[in-house]
Design a protein around this ligand. Structure first.
Ligand SMILES: C[S@@+](CC[C@H](N)C(=O)[O-])C[C@H]1O[C@@H](n2cnc3c(N)ncnc32)[C@H](O)[C@@H]1O
Length: 214
């Protein structure tokens, strides 16, 4: 009985620690993103997950950051929109910026998502992308483990190389303004090479794969 109670307490403590770690990492991400975009930017966090990054950014940017994802609800108290992965339920060019934080390797149809991102961001707006980009043998196991963890929830991951990302972004009228390598050790539980891209929505999409326009 006593052992059972102790196991339960240990589980609760572990769950809380994990949650606090995720909230802390989200805070660091939010501080970094807030340093890249002006205050009062109307920002859409696509693939916001638990919504902690959007929650912190709402305070840091002094604006209501809206989160959108596939789940029905989110954990943090943010303005949240659920969607089915096809059409983001907002009007064309209604945001100054879009955040895609560790989302793109999870999406099952990259063309739909990039086309939607380009549709909702205004011309001249910014798109901030964090991506897992495997570089060498050290990334193999963490990428495999990450894929195993996520494929049951949203499907298999697709990890791409920098030239592929550049081509994809360009084809949707998203021009790379800056590119910054992030240490694999930023999150010791997820030791994959990461890149932070800042993209500018410059003009028309060149991709023939335009799915949803209004
Ligand atoms: C690793 S989590 C990242 C969550 C959050 N952005 C963060 O940085 O903490 C990946 C998220 O992408 C979401 N996702 C997967 N496919 C998506 C799609 N087609 N459209 C929007 N979000 C998607 C998943 O539901 C999941 O919440």
């Amino acid at each position: 009985m006593c052992v059972l109670a102790m196991t339960e307490v240990a589980q609760i403590v572990r769950r809380r620690q994990r949650r606090r770690r995720r909230v802390g990492i989200a805070y660091d991400t939010a501080v970094e993103v807030a340093g890249l975009i002006p205050r009062n930017t109307r920002l859409l966090d696509v693939g916001c997950g638990e919504g902690f990054v959007a929650h912190h950014l709402t305070a840091l940017l002094g604006t209501n950051v809206i989160g959108v994802d596939l789940a029905k609800t989110t954990d943090a108290q943010i303005e949240y929109l659920s969607y089915d992965g096809t059409r983001i339920p907002v009007t064309d060019h209604s945001f100054d910026g879009v955040l895609l934080s560790y989302v793109l390797h999870h999406v099952q149809d990259i063309h739909i998502v990039l086309s939607e991102v380009r549709r909702v961001v205004r011309n001249g707006g910014l798109v901030v992308v964090y991506e897992d980009i495997p570089k060498d043998w050290r990334d193999r196991f963490p990428c495999w483990a990450h894929d195993m963890k996520w494929r049951r929830r949203v499907g298999p991951c697709t990890f791409r190389r920098p030239p592929e990302w550049e081509e994809l972004f360009n084809s949707y009228g998203l021009e790379i303004q800056s590119e910054h390598q992030i240490s694999r050790w930023r999150d010791i539980f997820h030791p994959i090479g990461h890149t932070l891209y800042v993209l500018k929505a410059n003009g028309k999409t060149k991709s023939k794969k335009m799915y949803l326009t209004s």
